[in-house]
Every structure is written in structure tokens, then in C-alpha cells.
Design a protein around this ligand. Structure first.
Ligand SMILES: CC(C)(COP(=O)(O)OP(=O)(O)OC[C@H]1O[C@@H](n2cnc3c(N)ncnc32)[C@H](O)[C@@H]1OP(=O)(O)O)[C@@H](O)C(=O)NCCC(=O)NCCS
Length: 155
């Protein structure tokens, strides 16, 4: 899919170069703690959904990684979502998330869940603006004092 010189692409094949590029983007945009490594990225590509936003220079400028929920097979869980630093604040996150929501709807999912740090105003605002609602706060989700909002979008 193409929009304003940005293409959205489901990654199905990969090589060492692509894994290295994504690993670097993960660390730069999510930080070392949250970044997936070279073992985990191929698992999401093969068994989940790994979607990228690519600009006219063929650079990856956005990443969305999702898995199917075991308890409710019609729920997709977005494990991570980011727009590469330097391309933020110009509407790409919203455009990308809307594309992802339409994609999952077309794949017969009926909801999307994700978690976000309550202090991450940009992310929480983006998700709310795209129709997500806060379901609850998951306390100590990623360790003591590291709380997350569980947010859900009905498709
Ligand atoms: C969160 C993130 C994906 C937003 O992407 P983006 O392309 O910058 O967002 P957009 O330009 O499309 O903005 C969409 C909405 O997000 C919100 N938003 C974006 N940046 C914001 C900021 N700095 N402050 C407050 N709200 C902001 C606004 O509600 C905005 O809607 P509006 O323009 O109608 O006001 C991006 O900031 C990012 O990748 N951050 C680092 C990684 C991260 O935190 N990922 C989410 C983990 S849960």
C-alpha cells in the first residue's frame, strides 16, 4: 500500500542485512530494554505480523510488530510500534496505525490490544486519537513500578 510517498509493507522474507537494520532501529527508537534482538525479530516475521513503513529512499521509517492472542484468536496484540526518530510529528504514526488497523480488520481480527507507558503522552494520544480506549492499568508489568496501560481498539 502507498500513501504520500510512504509504502506499508508486510515483511515475509529476510536476510542478515535486514535483521541488522531492524535491530539497530529497535535500539535507537525503543531503547535497549525494549528492543527485540536477532533471535526474536525472525520469530515475529515468520509467526506474527511484521509491518514496515518505507519512504521514497527505501528507508524503513516505521515498524509495527504484532502477534495473535492465544485467548482470543480474533485479537491482535501489537508488541511494538514506532516511527523512526526524525520522521515523527508529521502524521506518519497515525497513517501507519490506521493502515495496520485496516489490515487486521481485513484479516478477520475484531480487536487490537497493546500496552503503553502512561507517561508516553505521544503514544497514548496517538492511540486514543485512533480510537483505542484504556482498559486497565497493568501494574508492575515490566518490573517493579513499571506500569502500563492496556489499551484496546474494537475493529
Ligand atoms: C508514538 C509515536 C509512534 C507517534 O508517531 P508520530 O508519527 O510522531 O505521530 P503523528 O505525527 O502521526 O501524530 C499522531 C498523534 O499522536 C499524538 N502525538 C504525536 N506526537 C506527540 C507529542 N510529541 N506530544 C503529544 N502528542 C503527540 C497526537 O495526538 C497526534 O495527533 P494530532 O496530530 O492530531 O494532534 C512516535 O512518537 C514514536 O515512535 N515514539 C517512540 C516509540 C514509542 O514510544 N512507541 C510507542 C510505544 S507504546
Amino acid at each position: 500500500m502507498s500513501n504520500n510517498n510512504v509504502n506499508f509493507k508486510i515483511i515475509r522474507d529476510f536476510d542478515c542485512g535486514l535483521i541488522g537494520t531492524i535491530q539497530k532501529l529497535e535500539i535507537e527508537n525503543l531503547g535497549q530494554d525494549a528492543a527485540l534482538n536477532e533471535w526474536q525479530i525472525p520469530v515475529i516475521i515468520r509467526y506474527g505480523r511484521f509491518i514496515t513503513a518505507i519512504n521514497q529512499n527505501n528507508e524503513i521509517i516505521g515498524v509495527c510488530q504484532a502477534i495473535r492472542c492465544w485467548q482470543n484468536k480474533k485479537t491482535a496484540f501489537i508488541h511494538s510500534f514506532y516511527i523512526v526518530d526524525g520522521f515523527r510529528g508529521i502524521g506518519l504514526g497515525k497513517m501507519f496505525l490506521k493502515y495496520v488497523a485496516e489490515l487486521f480488520k481485513s484479516e478477520d481480527f475484531d480487536s487490537i490490544e497493546l500496552t503503553a507507558v502512561p507517561e508516553n503522552i505521544a503514544a497514548v494520544s496517538l492511540y486514543k486519537g485512533c480510537g483505542f480506549e484504556i482498559v486497565k492499568t497493568e501494574f508492575d508489568e515490566y518490573g517493579r513500578g513499571r506500569n502500563r496501560y492496556l489499551m484496546k481498539l474494537i475493529l
